[in-house]
Design a protein around this ligand. Structure first.
Ligand SMILES: Cc1cc2nc3c(=O)[nH]c(=O)nc-3n(C[C@H](O)[C@H](O)[C@H](O)COP(=O)(O)OP(=O)(O)OC[C@H]3O[C@@H](n4cnc5c(N)ncnc54)[C@H](O)[C@@H]3O)c2cc1C
Length: 405
């Protein structure tokens, strides 16, 4: 049974890139070869040391100076007016080269486009150019200890007091909050209406008095996400985004952006390519590629990487036609999460005991990246909306099945 929009979508699809688009990709690759050290291994957005943050900040500004952080934004807000496909090629190349992310997802991928849709002209001019220059990094303050999948149940309060709102409450799992300058925050402004109708969105300066950021070490003992506490934090009313009690519309727009997952797919492709290279070399007198099981496992990953890439490009293609991908984006997210786990599993099996060594070990193969990917891959089906929630979307919006209780 085809997806409601699927059959028509595929029939109009052209799998080739235009010569201009190919030239754009080559230009990006040349820049990345020049700017990143030859043995650069990337950071996966892991900001636990100052050197790494400084390098990422400088790199973001270099991209910003060329208007390459947000090429698909209008020129007046710091972009180049390029297409979603061209933006996606940028994201794909950056991820493949493991260039520092610097919170790009939350800044350029999520908050910026949300401001483009819901911001006033004054807000767009105030917030977008500084993002596009790479000077300001954002985080996303949505989830709370009791509100993840059921986001609309969030409890953090925002109470109007003159020209300001006073925020009290707690956010959790906030990626990059410890290095972000600003937050896109959801808070409850009216507790007496149905839950979706009493939420507002704000842009909050992370240096405001009353904000405490506390790191949460993750499965790989890294500090990627945080708890963020708000105690009488004052936010100017002009930082309200999309009108009071309109936050749910802002949130749903936000969640519709940057849903191609190309960065994760591209990272999986890079690791697959490295595993193929490794398998072709001799290790302790034997070449893993000579084993048919190894060849099949790597062939299998290669098929999946191509499928993932096409699912991701379909999302950008729909966006370039002015459509908002729903079930298509959810399919890409579910697939990406599965692919991340599969690549990491194959990698650990292939490297054997060496696959268990941490990045710091001098005996670690592929610099210990496979172990880190193995551990972190389990976040894939959770972050950005769990796989179960994505499947609910595919079932209801894609297949037209009833919601069920
Ligand atoms: C690496 C990582 C980074 C993150 N970064 C951020 C961030 O920057 N900002 C932010 O706001 N949040 C962030 N999150 C939080 C993330 O959005 C939530 O973890 C996610 O939405 C799930 O919410 P929850 O953890 O409260 O789980 P719950 O919603 O409690 O879900 C628990 C389990 O129940 C299942 N479940 C729940 N409801 C349903 C349903 N209706 N149908 C079927 N199954 C269901 C879920 O799929 C899951 O398996 C991050 C999470 C991770 C792992």
């Amino acid at each position: 049974m085809p997806l409601a929009r699927g059959a028509g979508t595929l029939s109009g699809m052209d799998f080739r890139f235009s010569p201009e688009t190919e030239a754009w990709r080559e230009e990006l690759r040349a820049f990345l070869r020049q700017e990143l050290p030859p043995d650069f291994e990337g950071d996966d957005d892991f900001f636990d040391n100052e050197e790494q943050v400084a390098f990422a900040k400088e790199f973001m500004k270099k991209l910003g100076a060329r208007r390459w952080l947000a090429p698909a934004w209008p020129v007046e807000y710091g972009g180049m007016g390029k297409t979603p496909i061209e933006q996606m090629i940028l994201n794909e190349e950056l991820a493949y080269h493991r260039a520092p992310h610097g919170g790009r997802l939350f800044t350029i991928g999520i908050t910026g486009p949300t401001i483009l849709v819901h911001g006033t002209e004054e807000q767009k001019r105030r917030w977008l150019p500084e993002m596009a220059r790479g000077e300001v990094w954002y985080c996303q303050g949505f989830s709370e200890p009791g509100s993840g999948s059921d986001l609309a149940s969030l409890q953090t309060r925002a109470v109007r007091d003159g020209d300001e709102y006073v925020i009290n409450g707690q956010k959790i799992w906030t990626s990059n909050a410890h290095v972000a300058d600003k937050m896109l925050l959801l808070a409850r402004t009216d507790p007496d209406v149905p839950k979706h109708r009493g939420i507002s969105a704000f842009i909050v300066d992370m240096r405001s008095p009353g904000i405490t950021v506390q790191g949460i070490p993750n499965i790989a003992y890294r500090r990627d996400f945080n708890q963020v506490f708000f105690e009488n934090v004052r936010v100017p009313a002009e930082n309200l985004l999309g009108g009071e009690n309109q936050g749910w519309y802002v949130a749903t727009t936000t969640l519709d952006f940057e849903r191609s997952n190309i960065a994760a797919i591209s990272g999986a492709r890079r690791t697959t390519h490295e595993l193929v290279r490794w398998a072709k070399e001799r290790h302790n007198g034997r070449r893993p590629f000579d084993d048919p099981k190894v060849r099949h496992a790597l062939a299998d990953l290669t098929v999946d990487c191509e499928v993932g890439r096409l699912l991701a490009y379909r999302v950008a293609w729909l966006q370039s036609k002015g459509e908002i991908p729903n079930a298509e984006a959810s399919m890409s997210k579910v697939f990406m999460a599965m692919l991340g786990i599969k690549v990491a599993n194959v990698g650990v099996n292939l490297l054997g005991p060496f696959g268990m060594l941490t990045p710091g070990s001098k005996w670690a193969k592929l610099r210990g990246r496979v172990l880190t990917s193995y551990l972190l891959s389990h976040a894939g089906p959770i972050g950005g909306g769990t796989s179960e929630i994505q499947k609910n979307i595919i079932a209801t919006r894609g297949l037209g099945l009833p919601r069920g209780d």
